[in-house]
Design a protein around this ligand. Structure first.
Ligand SMILES: [Zn+2]
Length: 344
């Protein structure tokens, strides 16, 4: 099968502009002690219990499975936002190595936060600095303004400026973080990556990563990303690595808000990922579908790639990864998931 085969269409590589690979083993985990009733409780009762149970081996299996699932859906680049408060040091290298093994490009960051005390914040800053100074690719990560003191936010912004990279941060995802606009005004820079911006009350410089499905799942409201002049990209926020599916959901959500909207707009959001990571534009994904027209794809679920070429190397052929055994990764990840749940 080669590009140009009848019944196929070829596009650039897709970019997931906001992912949490560490959530890949969450599916099937034990229910929280009680049902969360709002976004802060979802964080406290679900995600902050999960991330505290991660060790480096579990981080590795999460990243292998997440990278595999992205590749199998034509996503050639993952912009990851990582948290493992009891296994911080070295975690970004573990993720980068796992993605390299699968053949998927990754931009890493560690989410700095004050929710685990001052030592946790310092260790998070140090992991970003260690990884980036060693030549790793990514951002300086920060959780969200509502878990960051002014001093820590200043340290995050300062480190990113020193290293010549942007900050990847959750911004006003829920009404609990509406102060983010005021706190980041004058601090955010054009190279920052702003995830969500659902309740953002003012324009900020940077790229917006829109995560329509996650926002619905957490009942935080509709972000209306088109209200800002910023570049908009699409992320899964950890719900798999299928950005083409995320395009469909973003279109459905946009359309629910404005019945005159057309899929061309969310299609520009999908393609804008390669403005953040220009090599993705040279990646080649050949789809088992005769056209890559947004009107077709918006109404055609399940379109999958047959071949994926990243940095000139064929990493998916006839729908199968070429560098790794997907069955081995799934079996190892299933075992790792059981170990993770027992630690929670
Ligand atoms: Zn997120």
């Amino acid at each position: 099968m080669t590009a140009g085969t009848p019944g196929t269409a070829t596009t650039a590589g897709l970019v997931c502009a906001h992912h949490h690979l560490y959530s890949a083993l969450a599916r099937g985990m034990p229910a929280p002690p009680r049902t969360p009733t709002d976004f802060p409780e979802i964080l406290e009762l679900v995600w902050w219990r999960l991330d505290r149970a991660l060790d480096l081996d579990l981080v590795r299996w999460s990243a292998l499975l997440g990278a595999l699932e992205a590749l199998e859906r034509g996503t050639t680049t993952i912009i990851d936002h990582h948290s493992s408060p009891l296994a911080i040091d070295g975690s970004l290298s573990v993720i980068a190595e796992a993605c390299a093994a699968v053949g998927v490009r990754v931009l890493c960051c560690y989410e700095v936060t004050d929710r685990n005390g001052p030592d946790g914040a310092r260790a998070g800053l140090a992991e970003n600095e260690r990884f980036l100074r060693a030549g790793g690719r990514g951002f300086v990560g920060a959780h969200a303004c509502f878990t960051l003191s002014d001093a820590t936010l200043e340290a995050v912004a300062g480190l990113a400026a020193d290293l010549g990279v942007g900050v990847h941060i959750h911004v006003a995802e829920d009404a609990c973080d509406t102060a983010a606009g005021a706190r980041l005004d004058g601090v955010a820079r054009p190279d920052w990556l702003l995830a969500h911006c659902v309740h953002l009350d003012r324009p900020l410089p940077g790229t917006i990563a829109h995560n329509a499905r996650s926002n619905m799942n957490n009942a935080v409201g509709y972000a209306r990303p088109a209200r800002f002049a910023n570049r908009v990209t699409l992320g899964t926020d950890g719900i798999g690595g299928d950005v083409l599916e995320e395009f469909r959901v973003a279109y459905a959500r946009l359309r629910e808000d404005d019945v005159t909207a057309t899929p061309e707009l969310p299609w520009t959001w999908l393609l804008a990922g390669s403005e953040l990571v220009p090599e993705a534009a040279a990646d080649r994904v050949t789809w088992a579908h005769p056209t890559a027209d947004p009107w077709h794809l918006a109404y055609t679920p399940g379109v999958r790639p047959l071949e994926v070429v990243i940095d000139g190397r064929t990493v998916l052929s006839d729908g199968r990864p070429t560098l790794v055994d997907p069955d081995e990764i799934r079996a190892g990840a299933a075992q790792a998931a059981r170990r993770l749940w027992s630690r929670m």
